[in-house]
Design a protein around this ligand. Sequence first.
Ligand code: C2E
Ligand code: MG
Ligand code: MG
Length: 434
Amino acid sequence: MWLHPREDERLASLLSYGILDTVFEPAYDSAARLAARACNAPAAMVTLVDRDRQWFKAVYGVEGFVRETARSDSICSDAVACESVLVIEDVLSAPRFAHSALVAGAPGIRAYAGVPLIGRDALPLGTLCVVDWRRRGFSHSELEDLAALARSVVTHLELRRVDTSLGRDSQCLLRDALDSLRLRRAIEAGEFVNHYQPIVDMATGGTYALEALVRWRHPELGVIPPALFLAALERTGLMHALGRSVLSDALDLVAELRSTSGLVKVPKVAVNVSGTQLGSSGFSGTVAEELSARGLMGSDLCIEVTESVPLLGTEVAAELVELRSYGVGIALDDYGSGNATAGQILELPLSAIKLDRSLVGVVTVSERARAIVVSTLKLAEQLGLQASCEGIETTAQRDLLVESGARLGQGWLFSMPLERERIQAHLTRPEPGR
Ligand code: C2E
Ligand code: MG
Ligand code: MG
């Protein structure tokens, strides 16, 4: 039996979701049903590959099917071990599986396609798979739909993990925590910290930039991701205060690396900025002051704006134009996640585009995603914009993106977002990017 190269960590990660041996739930049942329909297959499953068994969170199309089987009978276990989409058109002619109980006995699998469910720790937990009782192939568009559905299964798993790790009482604590007084105290007490994720030059393996990603180190709840508190900060008008501390920390880091790391070329920092921050007059002036207070240049900083905020408001555009005039980079974040308009690319003084991970995540299984990636890279080149790809998790994705002309990449394959204290060691390690 093949095992994942980080099998122990993978099993620990799987356990942290608290999902094994739970009841059937509609979200996973629907994913299995839709997967079967999308692939024109009689049956589909959401499987989780445990140490010695494969356990089914959802089963569609096999009446009274067992909830678990031995791992040695599991085809999904191989998809997990290889961390890639696995298609077997004729299972009987695959020596590894011809004698599996699920093939030789009921339900008599003859064809298989499985997409690994890769969780937040960048480790595969199981698969969303479809099976057939006759030998057959699977088309690109079927595999593309299967991959898209697998991503929605992962989203449900992630939501469960947040619930599990917080626990029920903690969820009440979290609700309380999002109260404006508590948030203000948290900002003042320095509970919000930046982690930094490298944006890598895939040609050299070197770090081109570091993206600041804020986290809340809550004294009782542990580390809380931005998706859970950014909206509350916006609602309570505290986004400016947080944004300012995120920016200061990021610029401090560049200044510090310049004076202490001995690096010939210190990476720039990228900072995410919300529409409300940009909409407030004086944002660009603040940035200019913060840069000059540390002796930094505009080119040491890139501001990331998401396409979901209405960026074309006149104040926002004016702030961005001013920032650009100082040499600060402006990147359109999450490009391809659905909200970008040609207007934004035309009107905004952009210097870069970041391709969203929803495209990158399916680039190896979806010809359409690949076509969008290739054309966006071309568009960026023609407009003189730098392009980077977010959410690269596998070497297959990286290789395909590089082959398609991408140079800059970011994702768990290269590095998770790192605590500030670990950045210098990361940048000065002997073989960057390998
Ligand atoms: P983003 O700017 O698009 O950041 C990338 C997100 O993708 C981060 O999530 C990062 O941890 C995650 N990520 C990185 N590599 C991978 C990968 O290989 N696979 C997958 N599945 N995910 C990956 P995070 O840190 O939870 O941040 C979420 C969003 O919150 C950010 O998306 C950004 O829009 C927002 N955000 C984070 N920090 C700030 C901030 O200081 N200010 C503002 N306004 N927004 C922020
Ligand atoms: Mg970003
Ligand atoms: Mg993004």
